[in-house]
Design a protein around this ligand. Sequence first.
Ligand SMILES: Nc1ncnc2c1ncn2[C@@H]1O[C@H](COP(=O)(O)OP(=O)(O)OP(=O)(O)O)[C@@H](O)[C@H]1O
Ligand SMILES: [Mg+2]
Length: 292
Amino acid sequence: MFFLGGKGNLITLPRKLESGLRFRYSSLVPTKVIAVANQKGGVGKTTTAVNLAACLAAVGRRVLLFDLDPQANATSGVGLEKKEGASAYLALLGQGGLLDKIQATAFERLHMIPSEVDLCGADIELARSDNHLQRVTQALRPVLESQRFDVVLVDCPPSLGILTLNAFVAAHGVLVPLQCEYYALEGISMLNRIMSQLHDNGTNPTLELTGVVMTMYDSRTKLSQQVVSEVREHFGERVFETMIPRSTRLAEAPSFGKPIIHYDKYSSGSAAYELLAQEFLARLDKGNEAKG
Ligand SMILES: Nc1ncnc2c1ncn2[C@@H]1O[C@H](COP(=O)(O)OP(=O)(O)OP(=O)(O)O)[C@@H](O)[C@H]1O
Ligand SMILES: [Mg+2]
């Protein structure tokens, strides 16, 4: 009996396994943790985290959406309620495990660690504790070891505070949504500098910029086009080809607790996030091949 291996190689199964033993496919590729971050508010971090997560799940990846923002917009965006004690807060303080916080959503293969307002206190509480930048890394360890997920997407708050830094320390990559507006690049040098420091001082030597995604793009305006070309000049190939259009359907979907592909499958926003998911996966898979 033959199976196609990861790179198209034929794998021969031992006779013992062939004979009646049933086994479940489990990915040997380690879980990738990607932080969706930009300290600027309202640039499309949550919209990107929720919709990319849903599109990745729809194409067969096992996805964990981790809401690390006390505003809990990603939580309501996938139709979960904000419930006291349901967030990662206690697990980050070393009380209880993060595995217990994982909830199923209404969407196949999409799970969630919800947020709620208690996470507001985490910045202050964590600042006073030991290893305060490693708390997300430590809490996520059993989740990664469980091999239940292919991708963990972390929706970060709009700041470069302790929660976001924790996500950067735990992550393999950072995905930066940039809104197509005049000040898009403002503050990005700060984000870049922090990523370089974590990389260079050994805190997270494998941290990469997974990519920059342009959001709320309006092809009718010259401004959108100018901003995109300026950002491409700055980040080169790290900018995803796919740009997310400004779309009312995308803005409405969270109020129905649904990602866009489940709210309006044939909208422009749906198509854009489906394409982004393909590009995103191509980058992740390329990274895995390079390391494997
Ligand atoms: N492509 C889009 N078209 C239209 N509206 C959008 C689009 N992307 C996001 N929005 C809307 O813009 C607002 C901000 O988006 P979002 O919440 O995703 O940003 P954010 O960066 O997560 O914000 P915060 O910094 O507060 O966490 C929301 O009302 C959202 O519905
Ligand atoms: Mg947000």
